[in-house]
Design a protein around this ligand. Structure first.
Ligand code: SAM
Length: 275
């Protein structure tokens, strides 16, 4: 990576982090309307079967929706889970604690994803990056430490935004606005993918998921402060909104139906089978 690319990546990472802090309310309003995080997290839990972890770490837990979804799916009156949910943003965590206080076995902790081993020592059997890895610039160190906290045959589950797609897989924003450079997150998902593939201690399975996305849905998603900052990192939040509206209103006419892409990775800790 060139020095300029590296500088741009760090700049974007910082901008995204600042915008996450601004965003708990917009974020939760989006979720109340579309239930996207809940749906994606349910899929993460379904995709790790037959694993049913009970000692769980959630990295980048945000306002707690994903952690609560995991708790609902994996805890029951006769099966108690311990879920530690970590986020670096105090604003997001405050919201999580306010909404989900007194849920047995669910603990919200402020911490940095790339400093997990300084405050966790327990062996987890499930670690979830619930739509967060593409917002963590130093994700390699985070995954390296998460791997050290995982028991043998434990599973790391990742979900990340892969971008917008046209019917034939092309980038519709690029097609409609050829001169506009943009990113899906602070970290392109391909980087996470090649990093996992280079780790011999994991057996990985990848799943692509594309959903048709109506104009209003794309607009609401891209208007989340952290997401909008990946499109217009140098503009103040309110100045981005009319531009996002313009993009969304033009997209379908110029590029056809739009699909939102998500990628899931299940990485199981254990030796790869010889091929
Ligand atoms: C898209 S949100 C995740 C939402 C979450 N799954 C939920 O249910 O609300 C991404 C989260 O990753 C967190 N994050 C980004 N970088 C981080 C880091 N270095 N350490 C911990 N959390 C981080 C952000 O603060 C943000 O809350």
């Amino acid at each position: 990576m060139s020095v300029q690319e590296n500088t741009e990546k760090h700049f974007l990472g910082n901008v995204v982090a600042r915008n996450v802090d601004q965003g708990p309310l917009v974020y939760d309003l989006f979720e109340e309307k579309h239930h996207l995080l809940e749906s994606l997290t349910k899929r993460q839990v379904e995709l790790i079967v037959p694993s049913r972890p009970s000692r769980i770490l959630v990295v980048g837990c945000g306002t707690g929706i994903s952690a609560m979804t995991i708790s609902n799916m994996l805890s029951s009156s006769d099966r108690q889970t311990r879920i530690f949910a970590v986020d670096v943003s105090e604003q997001m965590l405050n919201r999580a604690k306010e909404r989900y206080r007194n849920i047995p076995g669910l603990f919200f902790i402020r911490g940095d994803a790339d400093n997990l081993e300084s405050f966790f020592h327990e062996g987890f059997d499930g670690i979830f990056y619930t739509p967060s890895i593409f917002h963590i610039p130093n994700f390699r160190e985070s995954v390296r430490q998460a791997s050290g906290l995982l028991v043998p045959e434990g599973v790391i589950s990742i979900c990340g935004f892969a971008g917008l797609f046209g019917e034939n897989g092309e980038d519709p924003v690029q097609k409609a606005f050829p001169d506009f450079r943009h990113n899906a997150g602070a970290v392109p998902f391909q980087e996470a993918e090649s990093f996992f593939e280079s780790m011999p201690e994991f057996r990985t399975t990848w799943v692509d998921f594309r959903m048709e996305a109506a104009e209003e849905f794309v607009f609401d998603y891209l208007s989340i402060p952290s997401q909008s900052s990946t499109l217009f990192p140098k503009l103040p939040y309110l100045d981005r909104i009319p531009k996002i509206r313009e993009i969304c209103a033009t997209l379908e006419g110029k590029a056809g139906p739009v699909f939102m892409g998500w990628k899931f990775c299940m990485a199981r800790k254990g030796r790869r089978l010889a091929s």
